[in-house]
Design a protein around this ligand. Structure first.
Ligand code: ZN
Length: 243
């Protein structure tokens, strides 16, 4: 095994207080593209950049266009957990991993069996009527044509955090507590540029900060171990969990 992978394995084997912080790269191996990396072809279908469409004011003003983008580019109902999700669920089951903190909204960690999942940006699986508060699942939203409506006539809003909206404070506080108390902090699939979530890692006080990302991140110099390989491959191998 690669020397760096072996180092990670040793830290995982020796710890019962691991916390994982993940970004879009964790889901790309399940076939879910980062919606920020919209390619030219897709760009031609939309008059606005993704950051504009996925904003609160755009959602309020142009709900049809918002839901066209949302359903086309942010919902992937056929996606299944990859080796990274499975490895993390396995470590939690062994009592070694305390929590998964994620910027992803796809629910794949829970599908893999993880229980303590802090979804900083919400989830596509929780949708609520903006008029009466009724809950709707993802299936209902997908099956509605265009803008999804409640039986009361209100618009159903996806339970995801849009641009211009704040993160849920309770979730954020829990994430801070887990990171502050973590022995090993593994960060994967993010280039750590999306704030305020990226600022969370500053709460870590230990000396086993691991960054796993295909490309360089803005925090590489801060890390105790940097692994530039695919996260599913790394976590799957060091935990012995197959994808
Ligand atoms: Zn309603």
């Amino acid at each position: 095994m690669d020397e760096k992978w072996q180092q990670l394995k040793d830290w995982i084997d020796g710890s019962s207080n691991i916390v994982f912080f993940g970004g879009a790269g964790v889901s790309t191996e399940s076939g879910i593209p980062d919606f920020r990396s919209v390619d030219g072809l897709y760009n031609q279908q939309y008059k606005y950049p993704p950051e504009t469409i996925i904003s609160h004011s755009f959602y309020v003003r142009y709900p049809e266009e918002f839901f066209r983008f949302y359903k086309d580019r942010m919902l992937f109902t056929d996606a299944r957990p990859n080796a990274a999700h499975k490895a993390l669920a396995h470590l939690e089951g062994q009592g070694k991993l305390k929590a998964v903190i994620t910027q992803n909204i796809d629910g794949l960690h829970q599908m893999a069996g993880s229980r303590e999942v802090l979804e900083l940006h919400g989830s596509v699986h929780r949708n609520y009527c903006t008029r009466c508060g009724e809950f709707y699942d993802l299936d209902y939203v997908v099956k509605c044509d265009g803008v999804p409506h409640c039986s009361c006539g209100g618009v159903i809003k996806p339970g995801v955090v849009l641009y211009e909206e704040g993160l849920d404070n309770r979730t954020l506080q829990k994430a801070v507590t887990y990171i502050r108390n973590a022995d090993v902090l593994i960060i994967g699939g993010t280039s750590l540029v999306v704030y305020p979530a990226a600022g969370l890692i500053d709460y870590y006080r230990g000396n086993k900060l691991v960054l796993i990302n295909k490309g360089a991140t803005s925090r590489d110099s801060q890390a105790d171990l940097v692994i530039s390989d695919r996260i599913g491959e790394v976590l799957g191998t060091v935990t012995g969990v197959d994808g």
